[in-house]
Structures are given as structure tokens and as C-alpha cells.
Unconditional design. Sequence first.
Length: 148
Amino acid sequence: MSQATSNESIDILLVEDNPGDGRLTREILVDQKICNRLHIVENGVDAMAFLRREGRFSDAPRPGLVLLDLNLPKKGGREVLLEIKKDPVLKSIPVVILTASQTEEDVLRSYGLHANYYITKPVNLEQLMGAMRAIDNLWLTIVTVSPQ
């Protein structure tokens, strides 16, 4: 096991169907000098192909963190979370739900499917920057991660 330090970088998979949110997340990581490689896919089918290194993702790195929206085309975020946590190879990858949904049902179901954290997408840029800093501080600096 290793602990990430602020000088190490990891691969982050952002599963987000809104291209604007994806670009904004990338810009925030760059602006805040968070030194991690961000990979973005726009649907659940591509997320699983990326994680399993299938098809056009055959050379994809294994991410150290997945940021997962719940409401995705082709395959929903709940299905993706279930598949990740049932797969013996993928289940150790931390998954943070990053979604607009604030319903208690979505929160409880996500934790029931073994999400590591549930974050409601902030409504403004400053809050989103704060959320990304918190994710960086906790998951990418403090937490001891499983070896790749």
C-alpha cells in the first residue's frame, strides 16, 4: 500500500455526460495545481470499457479514483457502481458519487452499493472548486491507496 503525496499524481476517471462540467472540472484541477491526470468518459458503457481496458481503451491506465455521476446515458451510474464493486479486480478503486441528485433514496442506494462518498454537485463555481479541493485533500493526499 502507498500513500499519495502532493507530489505524486494519480489517474482520475470522471464519468460525466455534461461536456461543460467535464471541461470545468479539468480547468479547476489545472487552476488549483492538482497534479493528477483526468480522464473523462461521457457514459456508463465507456466507463466500464475504460476500467476493463476494452476496445479503444485497451491502453487506459487503472484509475486511483473514479468520480461518478449517477444520471448517465447508455448505462446509469448506479449500474456502473454495482459492476465496479462486484468486480474483484476493480472493487478496490475508490468511487466518489458526484451528482446533482440530493434525494435520500439516491444517497442511501449509493452507499448501499458501496460508494466511498456521495457529493452533491455544487451549484456555483466557488463551491465546485471547494469540492474538488476537498476531494484532492482527502482522496489524493491523505488516504492510503491500494497498490495498482
